[in-house]
Structures are given as structure tokens and as C-alpha cells.
Design a protein around this ligand. Structure first.
Ligand SMILES: [Zn+2]
Length: 107
């Protein structure tokens, strides 16, 4: 499945939007017109490798978390203030929280 980032956005990180707490994110879309949000690529301070996402050629700079269609999204038209319905967890390092109104809320 193809994914489309905003013009000028890159997976080299950090993400397009700074959510605080060292977390940033970049939305990706399922259509070239960027009307169907697929989810968020996310960066968080993590002591572990990024190889789990299959982008190990970007080791050290690529995103280390990703949301998809299993999450709900609000404020999709204003990605700087997006809200995730459902938390994000890195079970290996324990990073866990929410994006609400574009801000990271640890839990
Ligand atoms: Zn982590």
C-alpha cells in the first residue's frame, strides 16, 4: 500500500509536528491528494533500534512508532492539533501515552 507524506516532509525526522516531551509526528496519507489519513509516523526518545519498522536503512533518524487504521483520529483537517483515539505504546521501552490536540500526554 502506498503512503504519502506532506510535501517537503521526510522520514529522516524529527516529525513535522512537535508534540512536546521529545515526541514528534508526521501524518501519512493513503491517497496522493492527501485526503485519507493513514496514521502517524512518530518519533520518541527510545534506547532501542528502529529496525522493527523495516526502515533500518535510516537507522537513528527514522520514526520509531507508527499508528494506522486501528486508531481513531480527530482534527484530521488540522494535523498540528490532531487527537488520537487510543494510546500509543512501545512495549519494549515502556513509552506510552496519547496525542491530544497535537500534544503528547504520557500515561
Ligand atoms: Zn521506545
Amino acid at each position: 500500500m502506498s503512503e504519502y507524506l506532506d510535501n517537503g516532509a521526510s522520514l529522516a525526522g524529527p516529525g513535522l509536528f512537535d508534540a512536546g516531551h521529545g515526541v514528534s509526528y508526521t501524518p501519512y496519507y493513503l491517497d496522493e491528494e492527501r485526503t485519507r489519513l493513514g496514521g502517524l509516523y512518530m518519533w520518541h526518545p527510545c534506547p532501542l533500534t528502529r529496525e522493527r519498522l523495516g526502515i533500518d536503512d535510516m537507522a537513528g533518524v527514522g520514526p520509531n512508532a507508527k499508528t494506522g487504521q486501528a486508531w481513531g483520529y480527530e482534527n484530521v483537517g488540522d494535523p498540528a492539533h490532531i487527537t488520537l483515539i487510543g494510546s500509543v505504546l512501545d512495549p519494549d521501552c515502556g513509552w506510552h501515552g496519547f496525542i491530544r490536540n497535537g500534544r503528547w500526554e504520557p500515561c
